[in-house]
Design a protein around this ligand. Structure first.
Ligand SMILES: C[S@@+](CC[C@H](N)C(=O)[O-])C[C@H]1O[C@@H](n2cnc3c(N)ncnc32)[C@H](O)[C@@H]1O
Length: 321
């Protein structure tokens, strides 16, 4: 982990309202758990909705430009959904240069190796193991027209970070480039919370994986039995904000743990919360108006939206203004 990321982790654990940044749960174990949830959990409706949109509208996501496109995938995970776009681009262009970017380095390189084995010479892959900010800076060197995907993950950032990262993406786009990001449309409280129900404990293990990492990598012995785990949905119709799901662990008694690798202690009073994401961002849910506002605040233009038949998910197609 870079010094900058370590500094952010420490800042979260030391802030007044304590939190572990969302990205910290994504080591190889976290990434595997995420893939498992996508593959086996029917209540987690978003992946099925995104898949439907890609199956039916992949041609609309890819812009018609005279030259070949280079594909970028931010927070690429196992690239399962990206394959729809890869297949279509290889069909059109014969070859494709692909930049998957993910903070979970080991998992990224494994996913890239698997893709290379499958697609052979038609796919040239340049994995970028990085967080968004530094990784997007690397994209500046890429010549030519980019199709940038950001699937199933903008909504995990805090509201301000969503705008900041979109703005940063806009700075590596020309007027020919396209950005397509997926988002979760606000549904009823019941449907949203059902998606976070956890029969086999997989989602909880993923969400608390940051604590597991502190214990294995930073030398702490934080006992999760001393905490209760909570998920909550907050509805917000303000066009300048979003609804969101938040998750936290709550101390059942006063606790104090040393975290030697970070040279800090984690001290919490009984009833105090430790959030498992920064700000509101375990998962934001949006109205189309809220999405339009975010895109505009970032200095981009929402050129179109693609929605699944059940109106659970949307792909926002963005261009520079
Ligand atoms: C919810 S998963 C989505 C994976 C994939 N795009 C999909 O839809 O199947 C979020 C992905 O974003 C990555 N990620 C989270 N925060 C990140 C950050 N700050 N910088 C880079 N990648 C990040 C995680 O490692 C994870 O692979």
């Amino acid at each position: 982990m870079s010094d900058e990321l370590k500094r952010k982790l420490v800042a979260g654990l030391k802030s007044n309202q304590k939190y572990i940044p969302f990205w910290y749960k994504y080591d190889e174990v976290g990434s595997r758990l995420q893939t498992e949830i996508y593959q086996i959990d029917d209540d987690y409706y978003l992946t099925a909705s995104e898949t439907w949109i890609l199956q039916h509208h992949v041609q609309d996501i890819i812009p018609n430009v005279p030259n070949d496109l280079t594909l970028v995938d931010l927070g690429s995970g196992d690239c399962a959904l990206t394959r729809f776009v890869i297949d279509e681009l290889i069909e059109r262009q014969n070859t494709l240069t692909f930049y998957p970017l993910d903070i979970s380095g080991e998992y990224l390189f494994k996913a890239a190796t698997k893709l290379k084995e499958e697609y052979g010479d038609s796919l040239t892959i340049h994995p970028i193991a990085s967080n968004y900010k530094e990784g997007i800076e690397e994209l500046r060197q890429i010549k030519g027209t980019k199709l940038i995907l950001w699937i199933g993950t903008i909504f995990n950032l805090s509201y301000d970070d969503q705008i900041d990262i979109l703005r940063l993406i806009s700075t590596v786009m020309t007027d020919q480039c396209r950005l397509a990001f997926s988002a979760d449309i606000t549904l009823s409280r019941h449907t949203v919370l059902k998606a976070y129900d956890d029969d086999d404990g997989c989602k909880q293990r993923l969400n608390v994986n940051g604590i597991t990492r502190l214990n294995t990598e930073e030398g702490s012995v934080i006992d999760l039995d001393k905490f209760s785990y909570h998920i909550d949905f907050i509805r917000n119709t303000n066009p300048e904000f979003t609804s969101y799901v938040r998750s936290y662990i709550e101390a059942k008694e006063d606790v104090q743990y040393s975290i030697p690798g970070l040279s800090i202690d984690l001290a919490m009073k009984k009833g105090e919360h430790l959030y498992l994401h920064e700000g509101t961002g375990l998962s934001c849910k949006y109205t189309l108006e809220q999405l339009q506002t975010i895109v505009e605040k970032a200095g981009l233009r929402l050129a179109g939206t693609l929605i699944d038949k059940e109106k659970h998910a949307v792909f926002c197609q963005c261009v520079t203004k």
